[in-house]
Design a protein around this ligand. Structure first.
Ligand code: ARG
Length: 560
């Protein structure tokens, strides 16, 4: 609010040439409190106004007036604004208590639908770190979108089709063991697949065999289909364990194979629009004008590929959900693929192709190298999560041996730690995986936030706080940085969604926790003259931490 007021006044003083939006973008939040709460640099104005920044600052500041501005100072070419703390505190808390759930929520997404393509692991293969990133980033974006008023549809587009399944069928029929598959499906399927891969290097006839089995799959051969369905079912069961641990659900789980019998329509459509061209016997759509390589639509042997399925799926999703945006939360390495899909759809005159957005992300690294969850090489993701949980359990045993529901809390802390470690980084960057870093109570971690949350819970209990009777005019000076921080929540939510960047929210929550802990170290709350007002503030902090964590997909135990 104060930014808007300031921008409005400055724009008014400067005249038409400087629109409010531009002015608002220039406003800074000084790092040092001696420079005020807001600052406006006058340097960019000097040239056009033909005056020194210092003089402009003097002239403009003398005209700024509002009850919320307690003091206006000029330093060099800056105008520094000091806000009236009592006024802002009261305004913030009144706003919060009016409707705690709505604080931070927006309406700009009302009536609009966002489809998220997320998680999307491949059957018969281990759930990878990349799929974990897609799952947690997609989930956070969906929650952020909902907080902004959008309807969301989370789709898990399972990788269940492709020529590799011909090889897998051939491999399983040669070496597969039913018992092992029942006990540990992904492990057994990976074992035979890897064996097949090595064998075919020695003896190329294996390749032909794989091809034959893929052909059978394409031709709906009973045996091939039955096995493939079985592989799919057991794989999904395994993935479900991970989703349960993460407490993440989907609105639709649908494999790529669903589109197999719908792709002729896509190919016909592209043909009719004159977009298909022959290239070495294959059918492609050329994308020269976009300076992209041609998009392969149909191979020379008649089989279709990943891209064709994605194009078909996009058209189907548009028809089904009439989305306003379709977000594909998939790693960097598929950037070209999604550019091609978008431009093929554009060439086919689907104006909504611009609503497709590839939300890409970096890799998970271990010791600087791409982290692999492949069998034999390193750990499986489920084991990673279990390890995080058991380390969290150890921490709890040490710090709070009396804790009643220790097991449940350990799960919330361990899993929360893994999720937060991912989301606190800008998604485009690579992330170094370190259980130790994730789990400390002191660092920039979920356990730190959860621990801070639990502290607020016990304080509110101690003070017998009743949220139905808040006192909103906080005067205590040490509360000011905390009030200013929680006040930013609505702005943070909006930015985090608009930039598809959950790390903005993650960092904000760390700020809230840091300011709360500082405030609490400096301030006597229970038994102080301002007890009820301070507890009212702490309840707002408590609410925001829980709300924010839940948007990130992390639970907040009351005790830990
Ligand atoms: N299953 C694919 C993979 O693991 C990711 C699918 C992403 N979504 C999509 N619509 N292409 O590489």
């Amino acid at each position: 609010m104060e930014k808007q007021i300031l921008a409005l006044q400055i724009a008014h003083i400067l005249g038409e040439e400087y629109p409010r939006d531009w002015v608002q973008q220039q406003i800074e939040t000084p790092k040092q409190s001696s420079h005020g709460d807001l600052a406006f640099p006058c340097f960019p104005l000097a040239k056009t106004l033909k005056k020194s920044p210092h003089l402009i600052a003097e002239e403009v500041s003398s005209q700024l007036k509002h009850p919320i501005f307690k003091d206006v100072q000029t330093v060099g070419g800056y105008i520094n604004i000091f806000l009236d703390q009592g006024f802002v505190a009261e305004h913030t808390l009144n706003q919060f208590y009016q409707d705690p759930e709505a604080f931070g929520a927006h309406e700009f997404g009302k009536g609009k639908t966002i489809v998220l393509d997320m998680s999307a692991p491949n059957i018969a293969k281990p759930f990878s770190m990349g799929h974990l990133r897609s799952t947690v980033i997609g989930n956070a974006l969906s929650n952020l979108a909902q907080k902004c008023g959008y309807e969301t549809v989370k789709i898990n587009y399972i990788g269940d089709y492709g020529t590799q399944f011909g090889k897998l069928l051939a491999a399983y029929l040669k070496w597969g063991q039913e018992e092992s598959l029942k006990q540990n499906p992904i492990q057994e399927l990976t074992r035979v697949y890897v064996k097949f891969h090595h064998a075919s290097k020695e003896d190329p006839s294996f390749i032909d065999e794989g091809r034959e089995w893929f052909k059978k799959l394409e031709d709906n051969d009973e045996e091939a289909i039955a096995l493939w369905k079985w592989f799919k079912a057991v794989s999904l069961e395994e993935f479900e364990k991970i989703y349960n641990l993460l407490s993440i659900t989907f609105d639709l789980t649908r494999g790529e194979a669903y589109y197999n019998d719908k792709m002729d329509t896509t190919i016909d459509m592209l043909q009719e629009k004159g977009l298909l061209e022959k290239s070495d016997g294959a059918q492609v759509v050329r994308l020269d004008e976009e300076e992209l390589p041609p998009c392969l639509i149909q191979k020379s042997n008649g089989t279709t590929i990943y891209a064709t399925r994605d194009i078909t799926a996009a058209i189907d999703r548009k028809q089904t959900y009439n989305f306003d945006e379709a977000l594909y939360v998939v790693g960097h390495e598929q950037t070209l693929h999604f550019q091609q899909i978008k431009h093929v759809l554009k060439k086919a005159d689907f104006a909504w192709a611009d609503q497709l957005k590839h939300i890409s992300f970096g890799m998970m690294l271990q010791d600087g190298k791409k982290m692999s969850t492949r069998q034999g090489k390193t750990v499986l993701l489920e084991q990673v999560l279990q390890e995080a949980i058991s380390q969290a359990a150890n921490n709890i045993k040490e710090k709070n041996p009396q804790l009643k529901n220790a097991e449940e809390v350990a799960e919330q802390v361990g899993v929360g730690a893994v999720i937060f470690h991912d989301l606190k980084h800008d998604r485009r960057n690579d992330v170094e995986f370190s259980l130790e870093d994730m789990l400390t109570f002191e660092g920039h971690t979920a356990p730190y936030l959860q621990y801070t949350y639990a502290r607020t819970v016990s304080l509110l209990e101690k003070g017998n706080f009743d949220p139905n009777n808040p006192v909103t005019d906080v005067q205590t000076a040490s509360a000011w940085p905390l009030i200013k921080t929680i006040r930013l929540f609505p702005e943070v939510i909006e930015k985090a969604y608009q930039e598809y960047d959950p790390s903005k929210l993650a960092k904000h929550l760390l700020d809230v926790a840091r300011h709360f802990n500082k405030f609490y170290a400096l301030t006597k709350v229970v038994g102080s003259a301002e007890e009820q007002a301070l507890l009212s503030l702490i309840y707002a902090v408590n609410y925001q931490l829980k709300d924010g964590l839940s948007i990130l997909g992390i639970q907040a135990p009351e005790n830990m």
